[in-house]
Design a binder for this molecule. Sequence first.
Ligand code: ACO
Length: 323
Amino acid sequence: MIRSVVRGNGAALPRRIMKNADFEGMVETSDEWIVQRTGIRQRHVAADDETTASLGEAAARAALDSAGMTSADIDLIILATSTPNNTFPATAVEIQNQLGMHHGFAFDMQAVCSGFVYAVATADLYIRGGLAKRVLVIGSETFSRILDWNDRSTCVLFGDGAGALVLEAEGGAGAITDRGVLAASLRSDGVHKDKLFVDGGPSTTGTVGHLRMEGREVFKHAVGMITDVIEATFGEAGITAEDLDWFVPHQANKRIIDASAKKLGIAEQKVVVTVDLHGNTSAASVPLALSVAVADGRIKKGDLVLLEAMGGGFTWGAVLLRW
Ligand code: ACO
């Protein structure tokens, strides 16, 4: 059977780092509150010349370099984002053009923080369906542009950045020992749409709007939803938590990550945590965390890696792959 195997990965972050202490003169908050409640210590914030497209392009170039490929080798770009450069065209098409790629096709995928997990699962279907051989999957966000910087309950939580993977079709035995994407489970339920949303849009207000979140409500649902979809993924693959080498969760809140890992029986030393460095970068958070754990030598070829995310919608999902 055909498998979608990771050939390379990359990341890009805005130049400016904003520490928790930098909020102290802006809203009533403290480094202590932010660290205790979330685990976040700093985030990167995009300058005017840094956009979802430019960060996504930089991450894509890094992923192509690490794969030893150029854009000429790619047939499809999927960009997971909720902060596109424009309402249309898709920012993926802009990145395609910036990479000098004038063949194949490109589109955006919008599942908020679950966007990258959705995009990897979708890329895998294109590859296994024979519609693409090499896919660039990017998660890129500039949430700083949709934050209400006067709302302390949200502005301290998010950051900007991008990460990317190159996936390529390769023959596999259909066994759990194959490299590539091995299982995926995706979910959404719009009954929760008002708990985490942006209060603007082209068809309603005609404005971009700002992020609004009932944090406590999101928190309440997060661990149950995350563990549920991961257990479904384990079931599909016929594995248990003990078989995993690495758990790379969405980086929203250290308490959610810890509680999910504990409930699933995933050992602490297998959990990749970067929320302290990047904050919540929505669809970029999983590929950014991957890039850190690959760069420091933790994730190696042949390792069994579980990706997970949950976000606005709600959307949630998990992907199991062998690196
Ligand atoms: N600094 C100081 N105090 C604050 C701040 C702040 N930055 N923000 C809120 N507070 C106050 C609140 O006003 C509240 O005060 P009160 O008790 O007087 O009313 C108090 O702190 C406690 O607020 P809670 O909201 O109950 O705090 P909680 O412990 O729930 O932590 C948090 C808040 C961090 C937002 C948490 O609920 C959370 O992480 N929620 C989930 C977020 C998430 O996972 N999102 C997922 C995906 S994001 C996406 O898809 C785009």
